[in-house]
Design a binder for this molecule. Structure first.
Ligand code: SF4
Length: 439
């Protein structure tokens, strides 16, 4: 097994995501065994090489403590559980006070988190106010409802760095959401300049290794730059109120596996709740949160479970990380106005997947073939961009390269199927919008 772990570490450091079968094999290592210890040490080594020992603090402000009609079984806000007696919303003054305190304390990320139907306009209105009142090198993240591609672009244009969104465990059974809808939002986010952050959550003891691997691979194939693990909290009064929380050892074990599984494309691995074991097993991002918290029946006036920004900073430092700002925002180069068709480049991924679905081939074959797709019209695709995409898709496990020839993987086929559905819906929306713009 130690040889296999070494192989996975090498693969990770060479930038490649592990295959589903490899991830499952690592997950199946017995927790607490000497192999587990070896795995966690290897993952910490990977974190050091990939992040340069930069650790980040993710500070979330729960904006609305209010019943949510979606009634996800693990969430204390479900209106059916009747846990919230009096709603409470964070106002601008309180928000700015909290953001300032977090940024002064070294937060890399300031996250505005809401229930499903909070007004996006209101959230976006806060962004310039935050920037004007709180200078500093930090990223603003939204964690809110579903977004289509156009809305995600609006979020990006407002100066937001990224969006948190996840396909959760047993989505569609423990929640009323269609998994496809959740995936579509994740894909919409990465079709813009936004970063996607997507954890494997909320982890309970009944979730299988296969389920863990699948959620993680979904996040990777959607282009998540940060992933990790969040445990499910048994909030009394919710359907999972009587279950046992996953142990810290299990969380650290899963963190170690995910650190090795994402290659270098998932640079940051976040853990919640944090422990030293998890930080010493490859996690480099930890959470501080206050306000409305879906893991608690009460509104948290102070930081949840006493983990404030000073304690977070201390803990990261004790585990060998320097408290760092967020990585530079990814850029898609010089931006054309969307009215000039700048979004068309974004369809390169499904086009490459489709070209390789029809026929495996080398980079030059892909470059020549994709020029025949309709989005290119009279123009030819950019060769450097094509090769960059191929490299990044290979890292994310969507395609693989053998002796110079690319072919689509099983994960890539699934991603292509998601694309078909997403583009179909998008085209229906465009038809309606085109009609409306004619009037
Ligand atoms: S998890 Fe989100 S969508 Fe589900 S009930 Fe809670 S706030 Fe609503």
């Amino acid at each position: 097994m130690t040889e296999f772990i070494d192989k996975c570490l090498d693969k990770c450091l060479s930038g490649k995501a592990l295959k589903r079968s490899e991830i499952i094999r690592l997950l199946k290592i017995e927790i607490g065994s000497s192999e587990d210890e070896y795995l966690r040490k290897a993952a910490r080594k990977a974190a050091e090489k990939i992040t340069g020992n930069n650790g980040c603090i993710w500070c979330a402000v729960g904006m609305d403590y209010a019943p949510c009609p979606m009634n996800c079984k693990f969430c204390s806000f479900g209106e059916r559980w009747e846990l919230i007696k009096e709603s409470r919303h964070i106002n601008k003054t309180e928000l700015l006070r909290r953001v300032k305190q977090y940024v002064d304390g070294g937060a890399a990320y300031v996250v505005l988190r809401t229930t499903e139907f909070y007004s996006l306009d209101m959230l976006l209105d806060y962004v310039p106010d935050i920037r004007a009142s709180v200078p500093g090198d930090y990223a603003i993240i939204l964690n809110t409802g579903e977004l289509d591609m156009m809305t995600a672009q609006r979020v990006a244009d407002a100066g937001v760095y990224g969006v948190y969104h996840a396909l959760r465990f047993r989505e569609g059974q423990d929640t009323p959401f269609e998994p496809v809808q959740r995936i579509k939002t994740m894909q919409s986010v990465t079709q813009t300049d936004l970063n996607l952050i997507s954890l494997v959550e909320p982890l309970g003891n009944e979730h299988t290794d296969e389920e863990i691997a699948d959620l993680f691979l979904n996040a990777v194939s959607c282009g998540a730059k940060m992933s990790g693990v969040m445990a499910r909290f048994p909030v009394s009064g919710t359907p999972y109120g009587d279950t046992e929380q996953v142990s810290d050892e299990k969380i650290a074990h899963v963190i170690a596996v995910l650190r090795l599984s994402g290659g270098t494309s998932v640079r940051d691995i976040c853990v919640h709740p944090v422990t030293k074991e998890a930080l010493n097993s490859g996690a480099n991002v930890m959470v501080v949160e206050a306000g409305a918290i879906p893991r608690d029946a009460e509104f948290s006036q102070n930081e949840w479970h006493g983990m404030d920004i000073d304690s977070a900073r201390r803990l990261l430092t004790e585990c060998g990380y320097r408290v760092a700002p967020p990585p530079a925002k990814r850029s898609r180069g010089t931006k054309k106005c969307p009215c000039e068709g700048s979004n068309l480049e974004k369809f390169l991924q499904p086009i490459i997947l489709h070209a390789l679905h029809r026929h495996a081939g080398n980079g030059y074959y892909v470059y020549l073939t994709i020029g025949k797709y309709v989005t290119y019209g009279e123009t030819v695709p950019d060769k450097a961009v094509t090769y960059r995409y191929l490299k990044s898709m290979e890292k994310r496990g969507l395609i693989e390269k053998n002796e110079g020839v690319y072919s689509i993987t099983e994960q890539g086929e699934e991603c292509l199927e998601n694309w078909r559905r997403t583009l179909n819906d998008y085209s229906n929306t465009l038809k309606i919008l085109t009609k409306q713009l004619e009037k």
